[in-house]
Write a protein that binds this ligand. Structure first.
Ligand code: ZN
Length: 433
C-alpha cells in the first residue's frame, strides 16, 4: 500500500517535472525604501524562469541585508547612505537570456561610492544558469584569453593595473566569471578592484563570437517593431468644478494595468511618474494608459538619489528615460518628479521639465492598511491638490477603488498634472477678465 502511494507520487512528480513548461513572464519587482539613515531603490526582474529568478532574488536579498546591517544604524550628520540596484535584460533568442544586475552603494563612511555588477546567463530549454564553459571549448581558451587581454589594454590603458591583469586573467574558465553573449559577441566584464583600482568603473570588452567554434547553436531572431500611433481620448473639464490630481510613482508594475482599467471605467485619469528601466517591459500598459488620457511623467531611469549626482549623470537619468518613453510609445513627458522628493540647484538648473511634487502623501509605501491609505487620500482634500501614491502595491490598487468614488461624491473631477496647470491658467484668465 505504502509502496504504491510512493510509486504513485513519484509518477505525478515525474509528469509534472517533465511537462511543465516555463514561459517568459517579464515582470519587474521594485522596492523603494526611505528610512532615517538609508535610501533604498531596488529593481530586479521576474522572468518566470524559476532557477534564474531564485538565484537573482537570493543574491539581491544578501546584498540588501548586508547593506542594512552596515548602514541602517549609521547616523551620518552629512547624509544618508544609499543602495541602488538596477538591471539590464537581453533576450538573445528562444533559448538564451542575459541579465546584468548593477549594484551601487554610497555612504559617507566610504572613500568613494562603489558600483559593481553580477551577470546571469540562462538557458531556457535546459533550465540552467550557464558559465562560459558552456560556450567556449577548452582548446579555444588560450586564444580567447589573449584577445580579452589585448582588448582590455587597448581600451582601458589609463586604468588597467597590468600585474593584476596578468594574475587575474589567465587561460582558465574561472577568469571569465562575468559575461553575457549575443549572436555576434561574447562580452566579458570585470568589477572595480579586480584588474583596475577600486574607484574605477566596471570594464568590459566584446569579443567576436565568429572567431571560435562555440558549443551552442545561435539563431538570430527578428524583434517586433512597435507602431507609434495611439488614439488618445479627449474629455471636457469644467473649470468651475473642483479638481484633484492623482499621481503614481515608481511604476509601472503588474498592478498598473488594473489601476488604469479601473480609472477608465470611472472616467478618471491620473499622472504616472515612471522609471525608464520599466518602460519596455510594460510598453503595452503604457500605450493603453496614454490612450485613456493619462499623463506619463519622468521619475528618472532607475530611481537613483538624484541630488547626489553631477549634472551629466543627472541628465543621463532624465534623457535616457525621455528617449525610451518616446521610442516605445511616441509620447513625450513634460513633467518630472524627483526621486525621494528631493531637489537641489543642479536639478533646478538642468532639467527642462516641470518639477512636480505633491501636497497630499498617502504613505501607501508604509501603511499596509487600505483604509488608512483611503483616509489620507480623502480627508480634507482641497481644490487643486496633488495626491501621491505608488502603483507598485496591490493595496494601492485596492485603495484607489475606494478613493475615486469618495472624491467623486465630494464633487471632484480627476485631472492630470498638465490639465491641472491648464485649469489654473484658465481660471486666472477668467479672474482677470
Ligand atoms: Zn519614487
Amino acid at each position: 500500500m505504502c509502496k504504491k502511494i510512493i510509486y504513485y507520487l513519484l509518477c505525478i512528480s515525474l509528469v509534472v517535472g517533465c511537462t511543465k513548461k516555463e514561459t517568459l513572464e517579464n515582470d519587474i519587482n521594485t522596492l523603494i525604501e526611505e528610512d532615517k539613515n538609508i535610501l533604498v531603490g531596488i529593481n530586479y526582474p521576474i522572468t518566470g524562469f524559476k532557477t534564474l529568478d531564485n538565484q537573482i532574488r537570493t543574491d539581491i536579498e544578501t546584498i540588501y541585508d548586508k547593506f542594512k546591517n552596515e548602514y541602517e544604524n549609521f547616523n551620518s550628520i552629512s547624509e544618508k547612505s544609499e543602495l541602488n540596484i538596477d538591471y539590464t535584460y537581453d533576450i538573445v533568442n528562444e533559448t538564451y537570456i542575459n541579465i546584468c544586475v548593477h549594484i551601487f552603494v554610497d555612504s559617507s563612511t566610504l572613500a568613494h561610492p562603489y558600483d559593481y555588477m553580477k551577470s546571469y546567463v540562462y538557458n531556457i530549454k535546459k533550465k540552467k544558469l550557464m558559465t562560459i564553459k558552456d560556450i567556449l571549448e577548452e582548446s579555444d581558451l588560450q586564444k580567447f584569453t589573449s584577445l580579452v587581454t589585448t582588448a582590455l589594454i587597448q581600451n582601458y590603458s589609463e586604468c588597467i593595473l597590468l600585474d593584476e591583469l596578468k594574475n587575474r586573467v589567465t587561460a582558465k574558465y574561472e577568469s571569465f566569471e562575468l559575461f553575457t553573449f549575443d549572436t555576434e559577441t561574447i562580452t566579458i566584464y570585470f568589477n572595480p578592484g579586480e584588474i583596475t583600482a577600486s574607484y574605477c568603473d566596471i570594464v568590459s570588452v566584446e569579443i567576436p563570437i565568429s572567431k571560435f567554434n562555440i558549443k551552442i547553436e545561435l539563431e538570430k531572431e527578428k524583434r517586433k517593431s512597435v507602431s507609434k500611433e495611439i488614439d488618445i481620448q479627449t474629455k471636457v473639464i469644467d473649470p468651475n468644478q473642483k479638481v484633484v490630481a492623482l499621481t503614481f510613482d515608481d511604476g509601472p508594475s503588474k498592478y498598473t494595468k488594473e489601476i488604469i482599467k479601473y480609472l477608465h471605467e470611472q472616467d478618471a485619469v491620473a499622472t504616472f511618474f515612471i522609471l525608464g528601466n520599466k518602460v519596455e517591459i510594460y510598453s503595452d500598459t503604457l500605450r493603453e494608459s496614454i490612450s485613456y488620457g493619462n499623463e506619463l511623467g519622468n521619475h528618472s531611469y532607475n530611481h537613483k538619489w538624484l541630488t547626489k549626482l553631477e549634472a551629466d549623470e543627472l541628465l543621463l537619468q532624465i534623457d535616457k528615460t525621455q528617449s525610451i518613453i518616446y521610442e516605445t510609445t511616441g509620447y513625450k513627458p513634460t513633467v518630472f518628479r524627483p526621486t525621494y522628493g528631493s531637489i537641489n540647484s543642479t536639478i533646478r538648473n538642468n532639467i527642462n521639465l516641470d518639477i512636480i511634487l505633491w501636497n497630499v502623501d498617502t504613505m501607501d509605501w508604509k501603511y499596509k492598511s487600505v483604509d488608512k491609505i483611503v483616509a489620507r487620500a480623502t480627508n480634507n482634500i482641497k481644490d487643486g491638490d496633488i495626491i501621491l501614491m505608488h502603483d507598485t502595491y496591490k493595496r494601492t490598487y485596492d485603495a484607489v477603488k475606494k478613493i475615486v468614488p469618495i472624491l467623486k461624491k465630494q464633487g471632484f473631477q480627476f485631472v492630470t498634472i498638465s490639465e491641472l496647470k491648464e485649469i489654473n491658467l484658465l481660471r486666472n484668465e477668467i479672474d482677470n477678465n
